[in-house]
Design a protein around this ligand. Structure first.
Ligand SMILES: [Zn+2]
Length: 286
């Protein structure tokens, strides 16, 4: 089944124009025949996506951000990183798309020079208020300011599917990293059961402004192609956010929630048995 690029969409990574249907993510997604990256059939302009992302943040966080207290996330992920990096760990670290900086306190275990960056300006003010090093900048701006070859570890958590150009993303990451530096990616994966059996359309989970989805094999292949060696991969099963036929079981009554937990348990087992995942954490070294 081929849906050729008669509408002119180009792969966000390899720039190929040949796509096939995406069996997992729904009819609004297509998979690049060349590199395997999935992307929306209707490719939105960068400026429109930027506005959508901004208004999404404003809607969900606008006032909430002011009253929100920092959370600490990802201690288990930091333990995973520690486990696989040899030598001294006092690293210079940048967390891309850091949002409210929930990963930053955990990253302090790995180094003293830590910066979270985000394109949503209010997060920087939030960081200032809560003594979190969040900056309103981009990887491109950091490179322009002379930060090339200066970073030991770059992390990007659940945000790689919002990049504007995946090829450029890896090029910039490589410029920013020191030789031997590490890239840590945590991401939802395109071949998760979640999309095939629960949500018919991946946009409903990752937003209308998502630009791509990757499955673990595709992501590993791209990392290798970009000159990284994959150090370690950790698979994560479904969380408790179970949606069946568009109905969120977490919002139901006690019996419905109980059913949701049972379904969740079955899918967790299935991810183990079939060696699949809902999300993966990948640590790679350049
Ligand atoms: Zn491609």
């Amino acid at each position: 089944m081929t849906s050729a690029a008669d509408d002119g969409i180009k792969c966000i990574y390899c720039k190929c124009t040949e796509f096939t249907e995406d069996q997992n993510l729904g009819s609004r997604w297509a998979k690049c025949r060349n590199c395997g990256v999935s992307q929306p059939v209707e490719c939105k302009d960068i400026s429109i996506r930027g506005e959508m992302l901004y208004s999404h943040y404003e809607k969900y966080l606008g006032e909430g951000l002011a009253s929100r207290f920092p959370k600490i996330e990802g201690a288990d992920e930091v333990a995973f990183i520690r486990q696989h990096i040899e030598g001294p760990l006092d690293m210079k670290i940048i967390d891309l798309g850091t949002a409210a900086g929930d990963f930053l306190p955990s990253l302090r275990e790995l180094g003293h020079d830590i910066m979270g960056i985000d394109k949503f300006r209010p997060y920087a003010a939030y960081g200032e208020k809560h003594a979190l090093p969040i900056h309103h900048t981009s990887i491109e701006e950091l490179l322009e300011e002379g930060s090339a070859n200066s970073v030991d570890l770059i992390s990007i958590r659940e945000a790689i599917y919002y990049v504007d150009d995946l090829k450029l993303f890896f090029e910039n990451v490589k410029k920013l990293l020191k030789p031997g530096g590490h890239l840590y990616i945590k991401t939802g994966v395109a071949d998760s059961f979640y999309y095939r059996f629960m949500r018919g359309d991946a946009h409903k989970r990752v937003g209308e402004f998502a630009t791509l989805m990757l499955d673990p094999q595709v992501l590993k292949g791209i990392l290798v192609k970009e000159g990284f060696s994959v150090v370690a991969v950790r698979k994560i099963g479904l969380n408790s956010n179970i949606v069946v036929f568009g109905y969120d079981l977490a919002r139901g009554n006690a019996f419905v929630r109980f059913c949701g937990k049972c379904i969740n348990a079955v899918f967790r087992k299935l991810t183990v048995i079939t060696n699949t995942a809902d999300r993966v954490c990948i640590l790679a070294r350049i």
